[in-house]
Design a binder for this molecule. Structure first.
Ligand SMILES: [Zn+2]
Length: 193
């Protein structure tokens, strides 16, 4: 679950209490870990200690078990789930995810694949020459690279790009693209979820 430490809604305490009321036997918190550039979805770096402390304090409940996690981005040359920054944190689990692709210039280092429409159009038109297939292939190549690198327990929403491409009217064949099928043998082999 995401909470108000990143782009979720509600405090960990509120979310825990609701889960408990609903009879959940366990819940996992997995806020977006900090990134070294401005963005609107991740936790700020100076909040990480408080996040760990607050989630850890919810542990030990007899009815609803709490797990402390983080959702860690893979951005080549910037951060990976296996980055030393995350070593030594008392995490119960790590989610590895791809949320962004390279932007065309220094204005923004990266843009979200499921972000606002204007960002999507910049990625599609300025980086990928208007080719949905090129952009989607790039996304799945990045997810495959993340799987090969490892360093996480759960692969996050490996088809995130469908959120946007479905919205903007691309067909299933455009969304998947035959070149992306190389991910499937990897998934059968490693059973990531
Ligand atoms: Zn995510």
């Amino acid at each position: 679950m995401h909470c108000h430490y990143c782009d979720g809604k509600g405090s960990p305490q509120e979310m825990f209490e609701k889960a408990n009321r609903l009879g959940f036997v366990s819940v996992g918190f997995s806020s977006h870990a900090p990134l070294p550039f401005d963005n609107d979805f991740c936790m700020h770096d100076d909040k990480l200690d408080a996040y760990i402390e607050e989630i850890s304090a919810l542990k030990g409940h007899a009815e609803t078990q709490v797990y402390l996690g983080l959702e860690l981005d893979f951005i080549p040359g910037v951060t990976t789930p296996s980055h030393k920054r995350w070593e030594g944190l008392p995490l119960d689990y790590k989610i590895g995810s791809v949320h962004t692709l390279e932007a065309p210039n220094d204005r923004h280092p990266m843009l979200s694949v499921d972000g606002p429409h204007d960002e999507f159009l910049v990625l599609l038109n300025e980086v990928h020459g208007g080719s949905a297939r090129s952009m989607i292939t790039k996304y799945y190549q990045r997810v495959t690279e993340l799987c090969e690198l490892g360093g996480f327990d759960i692969l996050g929403h490996f088809d995130l790009i469908k959120n946007t491409t479905r919205l903007w009217g691309f067909s299933m064949s455009q969304r998947i693209g035959t070149k992306n099928l190389h991910l499937m043998p990897w998934m059968r082999l490693h059973n990531p979820v």
